[in-house]
Design a protein around this ligand. Structure first.
Ligand SMILES: Nc1ncnc2c1ncn2[C@@H]1O[C@H](COP(=O)(O)OP(=O)(O)O)[C@@H](O)[C@H]1O
Ligand SMILES: [Mg+2]
Length: 374
């Protein structure tokens, strides 16, 4: 495998995460009896492997033994409300159907045709009048997905469809959106339309949700993803450098020591190591470390700092100098400046570790801010 730190892992090269995969497969098996697929929330911080896991889930759900239609959508910051999300989802559904190998030609042709005719209403065969009338996102979705179930999903013999929404935290008014999605997908379940949703978001996604939206929190099966364990790191190293247990074990420990199993850093450093040593197992990775670190600074950390204000930059450096790895805003700023912590969290440079507690997103970033070379 050639590590690609800036793309989600390909499903066939996906490493580890057995517990999450088992939970997902268990739900798929269960749904073949109940005809209702559980909805999932994949939660974790930047670079930890959320998008990769969603892609893996999509591939698993499409296998012949499960026969689901996966509809993948990356939620960008341009989706300003639930209505836009609904439209984009319907477009994606139509596109996915039009490309699907597992549906009969007649249905595919119909889906293609509808996509061409009705872009403005999400690519499904809704009359323009009806579309205008259905002004809210949820009304549009219920109508269109009910329609799609009868016309496409059922006739193609799918057990159901799963909407995989990557980075749902990009949608504004988090609590209201989470609640709307939950209401919508719960009612599909009641109407025997086997639609489910599997979304990814920052680890702290649900902690910002107030009590009125608590049903939304309960609705999802929550899968938190952490950095790779030493075993997963070792599997990763073998997939990249080949299976020579003795040398690759030493390399795996060295990499684990540097990255703490963080998949992005693992991918980044492995890729640079490969460039140095070709396809063999690097015997003395430490020799290449200064150069790799420099590349990490140029290609990642200076980009991180490029998106912060002077005040935020200064704050980050102060945090990095602190002897604590975990801290509260009160230790560093007055209450009116707590907002900086939230902004830096939104930018992925701080992570929330608990109520009012934060840390820098990775120890290597901390070292960089300290101006030290480990
Ligand atoms: N399970 C995995 N197997 C192999 N590589 C992975 C895995 N998860 C993450 N990666 C690597 O880490 C990088 C970051 O993962 P990604 O899924 O994009 O994280 P996120 O969406 O949480 O920001 C990917 O580019 C990929 O190289
Ligand atoms: Mg991602």
């Amino acid at each position: 495998m050639l590590p690609e730190p800036n793309f989600p892992a390909r499903p066939e090269q996906f490493i580890g995460r057995y517990r999450q995969i088992e939970a997902f497969e268990e739900a798929l098996r269960h749904s073949s009896v109940t005809r209702r697929m559980t909805s999932f929330a994949v939660l974790g911080d930047w670079g930890i492997g959320k998008s990769s896991l969603l892609l893996k889930f999509a591939a698993i759900s499409a296998r012949p033994e499960h026969r689901f239609l996966p509809v993948s959508l990356s939620v960008g910051t341009d989706l300003i409300d639930y209505r836009r999300l609904a439209e984009r989802l319907l477009d994606k559904l139509a596109e996915t159907l039009a490309r699907s190998e597992s549906i009969v030609d007649r249905v595919r042709a119909e889906a293609k045709n509808w996509k061409l005719k009705g872009i403005s209403v999400g690519g499904l065969n809704l009359e323009r009048e009806t579309a205008r009338f259905l002004s809210s996102g949820s009304a549009l979705l219920s109508h269109a997905l009910d329609d799609a179930w009868k016309r496409f999903v059922k006739p193609s013999d799918f057990n159901g469809a799963i909407f995989l929404l990557d980075d749902l935290h990009n949608l504004p008014s988090t609590a209201a959106a989470a609640l709307a999605i939950r209401d919508q997908f719960q009612s599909f379940g009641i109407d025997s339309l086997n639609y489910s949703v599997c979304f990814s978001a920052k680890a702290s996604y649900f902690s910002g949700i107030r009590s009125f939206a608590e049903p939304a929190v309960r609705f999802y099966n929550k899968l938190y993803i952490a950095p790779f364990t030493p075993e997963e790191t070792s599997d990763y190293v073998q997939a990249v450098f080949g299976k020579t247990p003795e040398t690759s074990q030493a390399l795996a420990s060295w990499l684990f020591d540097k990255t703490l199993g963080h998949p992005f850093f693992l991918a980044f450093i492995s890729r640079k190591l490969l460039a140095h040593v070709g396809s063999s197992v690097p015997g003395s990775p430490a020799r290449h470390w200064p150069e790799i670190l420099q590349q990490l600074e140029q290609e990642k950390f200076s980009f991180d700092l490029g998106q912060v204000s002077d005040r935020e930059n200064e704050l980050l450096r102060t945090l990095a100098k602190s002897s604590d790895h975990e801290f509260t805003p009160g230790q560093f700023v007055k209450q009116s400046d707590y907002v900086y912590f939230r902004r830096l969290t939104d930018k992925g440079l701080l992570v929330r570790t608990g109520r009012g507690k934060y840390k820098l997103y990775h120890p290597l970033f901390r070292l960089f801010l300290q101006g030290l070379r480990p």
